[in-house]
Every structure is written in C-alpha cells, then in structure tokens.
Design a protein around this ligand. Structure first.
Ligand code: DQA
Length: 146
C-alpha cells in the first residue's frame, strides 16, 4: 500500500460529542476517525488519525508525517490562531497539507478569523462539521495529490 494520510486534531477535539454540540455536532472524534478510515480504504489508502492537546506533540506528529505520510489533514483547534510552531512545522515538510475546521470560523469571534496555518497549506475547508475532514480526504486521494 502507498504511504498513509495523516489526520491530526488539536486541543479539545477529543471532547467532540460533549463539547458545544450546537457548534460541533454530536459525533465523537472516534466516530469521525472511523468514517475517515473507511473512506480511505475505499481508495486503497491507509488513514492514520491522531489527537493531542499539546502543541509540541502536534509538531512531532507533523514532522513524522513529513517522513511517513503522503498527505496531512490538520484541525489544530485553537492553536490555529496562535501557533507559529505548528505553521513552521507544516512549512518544513514536503507533503500536501490541508487545514480543516468543523465550524465556519469566519462566522464566529474575530480572533478565529486569523489563521497562522492558512498561508502554509494547499487549501482550507471549514464550516461543514465532520464533512470538512471528509472533503479534505477526498482531495488528498485524488490523482493530482498522490
Ligand atoms: C475549530 C475552530 C477553532 O477556532 C476552535 O478553537 C476549535 C475547533 C473547528 O474545528 O471549528 O477548537 O478548529
């Protein structure tokens, strides 16, 4: 099998299902990971999913993705709006990365409108709940991104 796609979720995304369901819905992160793995398998792609509440650990996984993965899907949660370290880690790897958010961050508070990651990814998908991750996966499994 070809190299896997890494899916990385940051702080508080382990709380999906309980956390502000009116914004993030009722699915858990495990539910989302399971459906991404199934979707990847349909395309002959292994999907490896990670979650961490810790910035340094997210940096470690991004670096690992650079060596082991064919693409990266990242929802860095609140670190999207604060982390130069995560942006630098993505800049340092040579695989396509897509930024995702479940909510439409541009309909929300002003501090969510700025992303350190958007300038260093190939594209951004936000506002479609768990489908934001699925749409990103669809992009990475197409021929153009392999
Ligand atoms: C989020 C949006 C962020 O602003 C927020 O801090 C999150 C989740 C989203 O998926 O909509 O934790 O990344």
């Amino acid at each position: 099998m070809s190299k896997p796609i890494y899916v990385l979720s940051g702080p508080n995304l382990n709380m999906l299902g309980q956390r502000e369901p009116e914004i993030y819905g009722s699915q858990t992160l495990d539910d989302i990971h399971k459906s991404l793995s199934e979707r990847g398998a349909k395309h002959g792609k292994d999907v490896k999913c990670f979650q961490s509440n810790h910035e340094g650990q997210l940096v470690d996984i991004i670096q690992e993705a650079g060596n082991k993965a064919s693409g990266l899907i990242i929802n860095a949660g609140a670190l999207t709006h604060t982390s130069v370290a995560i942006a630098d880690a993505i800049r340092a790897i040579d695989i396509p990365a897509i930024e995702v958010h479940m909510s439409n961050v541009y309909q929300r508070e002003e501090f969510r409108h700025h992303s350190y990651l958007s300038p260093v990814v190939i594209g951004l998908i936000c506002g479609f709940g768990s489908q934001s991750y699925e749409l990103a996966l669809d992009v990475l499994v197409t021929d153009a991104q392999k």
